[in-house]
Each structure stands twice: as structure tokens, then as C-alpha cells.
Write a protein that binds this ligand. Structure first.
Ligand code: ADP
Ligand code: MG
Length: 463
């Protein structure tokens, strides 16, 4: 296809899009009359106006845009919207295989389940995810060659699905014909049970199930912990796993914990999960949270910038879950639009008050004694005293200040009842704890040195 033909196709397809969506939404995309930048390996590249429109297009419209293509050509072609930076790095990329393009892309593998917004480019890298990112990237560069399976684990909302989908997107961008299948383990399980339970044509249903999962190049299975306790599905997955690995097909698995901690998962599966490469993602530190917010804000509108104090406030209030961090940012943005007032620290505090409160309550239920012990040991280490001293009844000033700070932090971060905090400090009375917490709260308003110490300790706690 020549660039002129690509251009013609683009204009037609965008014309179709215009007819099917609200005018206002359409204009917001700034998508009309764009010049085609490049045609490479089946993709027609278009540079989006800015991060705002790029994110909108990829989130809501790209599938629809591509769905119009078969009206005009039966070549396997897809539009791809990218940022200016991505385009300039693509400019030097050459065609991988200049052979004629196969017809009729089997689209069950692409648009259906890979989300175009989850890319490596959009993935902000920091200390907590650098390792996982590096090996995800290497896996995407050389699927089936290096690490098989790639097993990514970590807590909720910290980027496992994003990274996994980025692998899929990357592979597809390089080769439009690769059969990449993303599936949530839950869906795999439902599919299998559905096939097994069908009353009519059971064998055909099971054959179809096998066909769907075996005729692929890359299998991405999200949240594998769902298979715990489901013995029959595990057996089926075990067979599939071996089938694909023996054919050097890449498998990527995510999970909320390391394989050996999966209760109710067959040992032979657990050992298979460990046989490739295991990487983990830990909760984001303050720097990463701040960087993510800075990046996300650009997708709201090209003009937006968050004042530093607001940025700091959001980044330090939502510490462990990036999905919640994004949610908080959304809320502040909408709150500002809704009230037609600029984004200030006061506005952000007001917008997030209920979220922060419910977060503290949620933390309370996390109720993990390790977390409190960790605070105690970080504070003790910061002041060069022992944890034993910290929780003892000694009353020298060298020890009481750190003790009060530790109590304050536990209250502030986890909203643990005073009585419980008392029990963590050698069975102190709840009124003692209360006055310690209040004292630190008050002193923080005027004592710069104390404020700095508390900030430093929070940093060490990764908060
Ligand atoms: P998980 O699968 O670990 O629960 P997700 O991958 O769904 O988490 O991530 C939750 C949200 O946070 C998604 O919207 C994702 O895009 C975003 N996110 C997570 N990590 C990053 C990152 N490093 N950079 C940018 N966005 C991120
Ligand atoms: Mg996920």
C-alpha cells in the first residue's frame, strides 16, 4: 500500500467514525485531516495531537476505528496512533519482512483482548518495577527464547496487568500476524467448565477450547491464583502449559504472590512456574508515584499541570496501589471541573477527604503486625536506639521522642485504636498513647526539625 492509499483509507475510516459518535467527542480527539506518517509491517502510523487525545483514542476508539477497515480493503492492516516521540524513534525502523501481507487477520487474537493503552511507553519505571520491566521487555523482544514462563508477581494495582499487556502490544507491533492471547485465569477456568458441562456436542466444544488455547504464539495468563483449589482446571492448564512450552511458545503469568505461596495449587504446576524467570513488583515509592501522576495528568488535557503541593499531597496519601492513585487524580480533576475552580491544595484535600478516610480504614483491616514492627524498627534505627528500648518503659528523652513518633506514625498511617497501639509498646495505657500522638501532631505544626525527621522516616518506610 502506498502512503497515498493509506491516507485515503484513513480519511474514509475517520469519516465513518465521525458519523458514529457525538460531534463534541469527535472534535476532542483532533483526529481529522491528519497526515499519515508511516506504513510499516501492516500498521499505518498516525501521530496523535497530544497525550490527551492519544490516550482517549487508544482507550475508547481504536477498536472502532480499525473495525471500519475491512469495508475498504481485505489486507491485514491496522491503524496505530502514537506520540511524536514514539514516531521519531520509529522513523528509522525498517520493514521486517517485505513479503506480501497475508489477508484477513484473525482478530480473535488482537483487538479483542489486548488493550492498546497498556504499553511499555506508558509504563513509568522506578525502583520497584525496574527489574520486572527489564525482563518483560526482553521477553517481548525475544518471545519463547529466554525466559519461559515469565512469572510476574506482586500486590494489587501495581502494574502487573499493564506490564503483561505491554508485552502483548510490543510483540504485535513488531509482527501483526503473531497470535497473542491474553486471558484472565478466571476466564480460562469458565471457558473450560463451560466446554465440559455442555450437554450437546461436548467433544466438539472441548476441541474448540483446545483449538482456542493451543493455536497461539504467546499466551498471557493474568491472576493465576484464581486456579487455586480448582483441580480439574489445573490439570487442563498443566497440559496446555507443557504443550506450549514444548513448542517454544512464550507464556507469561501474573499472580498476587510467589508460586510457592499458592495454597491449593498442584506442586507440579508450582515448580513449572518457577522454571523460567520469576520477577516481582513491589509497592511504588514516592518518586515513582510522583512520576506516574505527572505522566497521567497529561492525559487529561494538554494544558494541565498539577501544582507541586497538590502532586505531593496525592502522591503521599495513596501509597501502595497505583489504581487508587489514578482514581485520586481523576477525582481531583473532576472536582475541579465540576466546581469550576482551579486545582489547589485545599481543593484536592476536600476532593479526597472521604477517599483518604476510607483508605485508612482499609489499612486498618490489613492489620498486619509486621507492618507495625517495621515502623518500630525503622524509627529505632533512625534514632540509633534498639527496638527493645523503644518499647520499654525507659523515660529518657533520647528514647521517648522516637517512641512518640512511632506511635504517631502507626496511628496516622493505620488508624489503629489507641489501646492496640499501647499493646505494641509494652502494654501502655491508651491515654498515654493518645497524648503522645497529640503531642507529635501539635509539634509538627511548628517544629521544622521534627517535621523533617518524620518525613525522612516516611521515606525510609517507602511511604
Ligand atoms: P495489577 O494488575 O497489578 O493489579 P494494573 O496493571 O491493572 O495492576 O495497574 C493498575 C493501574 O495502574 C492501571 O491503570 C495501570 O495502567 C496503572 N499503572 C500501574 N503501574 C504503572 C506504571 N509503572 N506506570 C504507569 N501506570 C501504571
Ligand atoms: Mg491485574
Amino acid at each position: 500500500m502506498t502512503i497515498e492509499e493509506c491516507q485515503k483509507l484513513y480519511d474514509r475510516v475517520i469519516g465513518d467514525l465521525k458519523k458514529t459518535i457525538e460531534e463534541e467527542s469527535f472534535l476532542e480527539l483532533s483526529i481529522e485531516n491528519k497526515k499519515i506518517s508511516k506504513f510499516l509491517n501492516g500498521y499505518i502510523y498516525v501521530v496523535a495531537e497530544d497525550d490527551f487525545s492519544l490516550s482517549k483514542i487508544n482507550k475508547f476508539y481504536i477498536k472502532r476505528i480499525n473495525s471500519f477497515i475491512p469495508k475498504y480493503t481485505d489486507e491485514t492492516i491496522l491503524f496505530k496512533f502514537v506520540s511524536k516521540d514514539e514516531m521519531s524513534s520509529l522513523m528509522n525502523t525498517e520493514e521486517v519482512s517485505p513479503t506480501s501481507l497475508e489477508k484477513n487477520l484473525d482478530d480473535k487474537y488482537r483487538p479483542g483482548n489486548i488493550d492498546a493503552t497498556y504499553t511499555f511507553t506508558n509504563f513509568v519505571v522506578g525502583k520497584s518495577n525496574k527489574f520486572a520491566y527489564t525482563f518483560a521487555m526482553q521477553t517481548a523482544e525475544n518471545p519463547g527464547k529466554n525466559f519461559n514462563p515469565l512469572y510476574i508477581f506482586g500486590g494489587v494495582g501495581i502494574g502487573k496487568t499493564h506490564l503483561m499487556q505491554a508485552i502483548g502490544n510490543y510483540i504485535l507491533d513488531k509482527d501483526i500476524h503473531k497470535k497473542v492471547l491474553y486471558v484472565e485465569a478466571k476466564e480460562f477456568c469458565d471457558d473450560y467448565i463451560h466446554a465440559c458441562n455442555s450437554q450437546i456436542e461436548k467433544q466438539r466444544k472441548i476441541d474448540e477450547f483446545h483449538q482456542r488455547y493451543r493455536d497461539i504464539d504467546i499466551l498471557l495468563v493474568d491472576d493465576i491464583q484464581i486456579l487455586c483449589g480448582k483441580d480439574k482446571t489445573q490439570e487442563e492448564f498443566f497440559t496446555l502449559f507443557n504443550f506450549l512450552i514444548n513448542r517454544n511458545k512464550q507464556i507469561v503469568i501474573t499472580c498476587d504472590r510467589p508460586a510457592n505461596a499458592l495454597e491449593g495449587m498442584a506442586d507440579r504446576l508450582k515448580s513449572r512456574f518457577d522454571q523460567g524467570l520469576v520477577v516481582d513488583i513491589t509497592p511504588p515509592d514516592l518518586d515513582l508515584r510522583t512520576d506516574i501522576l505527572k505522566k497521567k495528568i497529561k492525559t487529561f488535557s494538554s494544558k494541565n499541570d498539577l501544582p507541586d503541593d497538590v502532586l505531593e499531597f496525592i502522591a503521599s496519601s495513596f501509597t501502595s496501589n497505583i489504581r487508587e492513585l489514578e482514581g485520586a487524580l481523576n477525582r481531583v480533576m473532576y472536582y475541579s471541573v465540576f466546581n469550576d475552580s482551579p486545582i489547589t491544595l485545599d481543593l484536592a484535600k476536600e476532593a479526597l477527604a472521604t477517599l483518604i478516610k476510607s483508605q485508612k480504614n482499609a489499612n486498618k483491616y490489613a492489620n498486619n503486625s509486621q507492618v507495625y514492627e517495621n515502623i518500630q524498627s525503622v524509627v529505632a534505627a533512625y534514632y540509633n536506639i534498639s527496638v527493645n528500648d523503644l518499647i520499654s518503659s525507659k523515660r529518657s528523652a533520647k528514647i521517648t521522642l522516637p517512641r512518640h513518633i512511632a506511635m504517631f506514625l502507626i496511628k496516622d498511617l493505620y488508624d489503629l485504636p489507641y489501646k492496640k497501639i499501647g499493646s505494641l509498646f509494652g502494654g501502655r495505657d491508651h491515654t498515654t498513647v493518645m497524648s503522645a500522638v497529640e503531642k507529635i501532631e501539635n509539634d509538627l505544626k511548628s517544629d521544622e526539625e521534627l517535621k523533617m525527621a518524620v518525613d525522612n522516616i516516611k521515606k525510609k518506610l517507602n511511604i
